[in-house]
Design a binder for this molecule. Structure first.
Ligand SMILES: NC(=O)c1ccc[n+]([C@@H]2O[C@H](COP(=O)([O-])OP(=O)(O)OC[C@H]3O[C@@H](n4cnc5c(N)ncnc54)[C@H](OP(=O)(O)O)[C@@H]3O)[C@@H](O)[C@H]2O)c1
Length: 325
């Protein structure tokens, strides 16, 4: 197993990142660059912003084995952050999140230097029966764990809960809801869930690179809110920040199920990716999305800095400045 370079030689250590054009991967790439490492990223199309940060770009995809071999050549670390968070079918989720991980590992096995792997999984992987997305993320973990067992590769699986922050399209709808006077919430009033601000997750990925080994551990990082949040906590934060009273209405699953199922069927027939699905409803109505395997500070040199009150303010400000809200 390779040991990380001391501070002054980080620039000579190559960190490969997949998914660096996405919400989380882009923030991780910036954090890792700030920390002084050399970074190479897989991109499906040219990305001037990444290139301007001094990141070496390899054009390719998880389906293109030759590009994956070029990508990982000489890497000390691979942070595998590319993934499908929306897809038309279960097979499409599997192709990217499970088979894509397998192809990346196969490419890593073909190059001379062994590299260490951080797999960006999801808390959803804890409940693989809830959705095709969750099942595909669990399958990706299983593939990475089996590879680590047979090759002795050093592996860390990171299972973030819901990630939010500037630039995120997925939680934009939630922020719009929280910013209205009547928050219509598709979920249960007694559900509890953890959150993490994207910069904190990126700092965690960067801090992990400084650890000499991870030993295949699975971590579920959150923003430090013990026991997670309830929807009412989020509504209260939004109300305080926006200085308005926000009323809450919980939309029952039974009311949403039929229309969402019909919408999903139409989108499938049209060959389009549905933005909401019955799978997503099952995830939303799950009662417990609280992180349990939180990384102890002593083990990661990392502490979350941004709780939801601060994260809401920063993200709201970014959305309004950018004209998204
Ligand atoms: N957002 C969350 O709340 C959350 C929570 C837990 C876990 N995660 C996990 O974190 C990872 C990143 O999520 P995100 O929110 O940043 O998603 P995102 O914004 O949709 O980014 C996905 C990234 O993966 C790349 N990608 C997708 N399919 C690919 C393929 N076949 N080949 C190469 N690259 C491909 C995308 O490239 P293009 O730009 O070319 O499309 C993009 O860079 C995912 O693995 C997701 O499961 C996310």
């Amino acid at each position: 197993m390779t040991t990380p370079a001391p501070l002054e030689t980080r620039a000579q250590q190559l960190v490969v990142i997949t998914g660096a054009t996405g919400f989380i991967g882009r923030t991780i790439a910036a954090a890792v660059r700030r920390d002084g490492w050399s970074v190479r990223a897989l991109v499906r199309r040219p990305d001037a912003a990444l290139a301007a940060e001094g990141i070496d770009l390899v054009t390719g995809a998880l389906e293109d084995e030759a590009s994956l071999r070029r990508l990982v050549a000489g890497a000390g670390f691979v942070i595998h952050c590319a993934g499908a968070i929306k897809a038309r079918t279960a097979e499409a989720f599997h192709t990217v999140n499970a088979a894509g991980t397998e192809r990346l590992l196969a490419a890593m096995a073909q190059v001379a230097q062994p590299s260490r792997l951080i797999l960006m999984s999801s808390l959803a992987a804890r409940e693989p029966s809830l959705s095709a997305y969750a099942a595909s993320k669990r399958a990706g973990e299983t593939i990475a764990l089996a590879d680590a067992n047979t090759t002795a590769r050093d592996l860390c699986i990171v299972r973030p809960p819901a990630v939010y922050g500037p630039g995120d399209l997925t939680t934009l709808g939630l922020f719009r809801t929280l910013g209205s006077r009547l928050a219509l919430l598709p979920g249960r009033s007694d559900a509890r869930f953890s959150l993490i601000y994207v910069e904190d997750l990126a700092e965690l990925a960067s801090a992990l690179l400084r650890k000499p080994s991870w030993g295949g551990q699975i971590i579920e990082p959150d923003d430090g809110q013990a026991g997670g949040y309830r929807w009412a906590d989020l509504v209260a934060v939004a109300g305080r920040h926006l200085r308005r009273s926000v009323r809450t209405c919980y939309l029952p699953a039974g009311l949403l199920w039929g229309p969402v199922k019909a919408y999903e069927a139409v989108m499938r027939l049209a060959g389009s990716v549905p933005t909401v699905s019955t799978d997503k409803l099952r995830e939303l109505f799950h009662r417990d999305w609280v992180c349990r395997l939180t990384p102890p500070a002593a083990c990661t040199c990392w502490q979350p800095r941004v709780q939801f009150s601060e994260g809401f303010a920063r993200t709201w400000s970014w959305y309004t400045r950018s004209g998204w809200i």
